[in-house]
Design a binder for this molecule. Structure first.
Ligand code: GDP
Length: 294
């Protein structure tokens, strides 16, 4: 994850490290290299420019030119900027209501069903009683996939394979949860290969009908700029509460992780680094920034 970006940033700082005194030109050159590294990692151009302009301004404001180790100070400023770019504080999901409903949205193939299973596993391990609900009414295979995952993590899966009304299925699942003392209902929804009106209408209807305490948008980090555009389209329509970045274990350039927060102004709450049910982690901007800067 982020190997290329880390390497390029390291290279950008190399010329400053060990130098006792640097000039404005040194700073400008390094900042330019940082910008290039971010853009190469698929960070939105506007975001990369904003971030590096901030790094340059802060570097000048904090007397990098007279600092004892200017290279280190610039690394720290960059670390702080990347942390703030990714949202600063880590944010937890909201679990409210009886039962609390968590709605999972995203494109087909983004990792929604896998993440639903992982989230159920994660919450179950915290001692909560969870019900998974299969609301992908278009792909029978998606229902089976969720059932397999539910079995794997020991969480009940509610499904009505013959029913083609996602809202009715989800409402019945909530009733089922009430009767069986499940405190959380995770609703896995249908996705399409690209944003389309029908999908957006359906997920918007689900959100309005279920009043979830948390709506999570799941996005494949490997899709680069598309990830950001898709996030924007879903957020405009759904006003979701948080983002889940999947497939960060892949050979991703990581731009999604770095630009989504700034573009949609919603926190990244979880990340997923693999297909296993245990591969789910809370997202901590500071840890991610440190990881990127090595
Ligand atoms: P959905 O269509 O959005 O429900 O997506 P799925 O959950 O079916 O995931 C699509 C594919 O991506 C499956 O083959 C998953 O095993 C895989 N996948 C999901 N999350 C991850 C991840 O974090 N890392 C990797 N490498 N693969 C993942």
């Amino acid at each position: 994850m982020f190997d290329n970006l880390s390497l390029k940033l390291d290279k950008a700082f190399q010329s400053l490290k060990g130098q006792g005194r640097i000039t404005e030109i040194n700073v400008a050159t390094t900042v330019k290299e940082i910008r290039k590294a971010l853009i190469d990692a698929d960070v939105n151009y506007k975001v990369a420019k904003e971030v590096t302009d901030d790094i340059r301004d802060k570097a000048m404001g904090q007397d990098v030119l007279t600092a004892i180790s200017p290279g280190q100070l610039l690394v720290k400023i960059t670390n702080d900027e990347l942390t703030s770019l990714m949202g600063g504080q880590s944010e937890d999901i909201k679990i409210e209501g009886s039962p609390a409903v968590i709605l999972i949205a995203g494109l087909q193939g983004s990792g929604k069903t896998t993440f639903s299973g992982k989230l159920a596993n994660y919450l179950k391990k915290q001692g909560r009683s969870v019900l998974l609900t299969a609301c992908d009414i278009y792909r029978p295979a998606a229902i089976d996939q969720l059932k397999v995952l539910g079995e794997q993590v020991g969480v009940e899966v509610y499904a009505e394979p013959e029913n083609k009304d996602a809202v009715k299925i989800a409402k019945a699942a909530i009733e089922h949860a009430k009767k069986n003392n499940h405190r959380i209902v995770i609703v896995d929804t249908a996705g399409r290969l690209a944003v389309d009106e029908e999908m957006m209408d359906e997920i918007a209807r689900l959100k309005a009908a279920l009043n979830p305490s948390e709506t999570l948008f799941v996005v494949d980090s490997m899709t680069g700029q598309d990830a950001v555009n898709t996030a924007k389209a879903f957020n405009d329509r759904l006003n979701f509460d948080g983002v889940v970045l999947t497939k960060l274990d892949g050979d991703t350039r990581g731009g999604a992780a770095l630009s989504i927060r700034r573009v949609v102004d919603k926190p990244i709450k979880f990340m997923s680094l693999g297909e296993k049910m245990e591969a789910i982690d809370r997202f901590y901007p500071e840890r991610m920034a440190s990881r990127i800067l090595g």
